[in-house]
Design a protein around this ligand. Sequence first.
Ligand SMILES: [Zn+2]
Length: 351
Amino acid sequence: MTERERKRRALAKKRKRQRQIRQRLTIGIIIIAVFLIIVISVSARQRKKKEESIQPAAAAASSETPAALQPEAAALSTSAQAAEEQTTEAAAAQQQTAEQPAQQPAAEAAQETGGLRAADYPVDRSTFAVQPGVPCGNNHMTEEKVVYLTLDDGPSYLTPAFLDVLDRYNVKCTFFVTAQDPEYFYLIKEAYDRGHTIGLHSYSHDYATIYTSPEAFFADLDAIGQVVAEQIGYVPAFIRFPGGSCNQVSRDYCEGIMTYLTSAVQERGYQYFDWNCSSGDGAVVDDVNALIAAATSVDYWENIVLLSHDCGGKETTLEALPSIIEYYLSNGYEFRPITRDAFTSHQEIFN
Ligand SMILES: [Zn+2]
């Protein structure tokens, strides 16, 4: 082999080695590039998925929540980290919206109730406070067909549900309240703000306490009056005796007390309201149809003062209420809250 031939072979060998190195480098770069592409695309996909899971909640919040809650929804769509927590908040906001049927458009509510919805009845509440010397209540029926729905013994955990049913039909009624569940006192104001009348029933609702003497009765009445005044700003003139003025229990504690009290409350500026129709829910009732039948049994009268209860355990009353309201509305009755000129429906006194 000549010197020249040896050099040529060495050069060829060198070039071959360099080619191999270049090839390996190219393969290495391709592998790294492919790896990077996979990593980037996977992380991009994960980010997209996360964003998609937040957006529906944010969209729901912005379309169904009041304006004041919308900034919260906007923050929700930009912050991925607090996604889970804020989705819960958006759900709570939606729930809160659902619990405010007063803001529900009238057309929507009318659709829900098959078109049955009470007409607005203008009420001037500036005269509702107890005022000695100012007469209150009408002892005679008028010719208008009116139902004064009254709900006694609340507020309770059921009161919000009662308020929602009443709102759905735009029906205003009267709550004769007690102090049995102080944790729900705020619902007195809630009911008042939603257009219902607040009347005084009893602080303790304990016959053996309140009917032992006139002093005991007025101490109890003053106590519930203060509870109501704290909520709505004044002591209302409207009251309902526990058991009604016709109750026969009070004479066991103080004979003749109802005769005395029925005039004494009026001398102090109050008016007591009894009833001429009862849904019968004072007892434990399992049969909703029985409640509806009883509550609609005296439709031969023009003015009906209907006794029902919104205290704990009256789930069947709540269930019966839509049918009772629908019955009266479709029979031409108007629902009214008690006002200064409302029908008192005084009953016979038995002591
Ligand atoms: Zn009662």
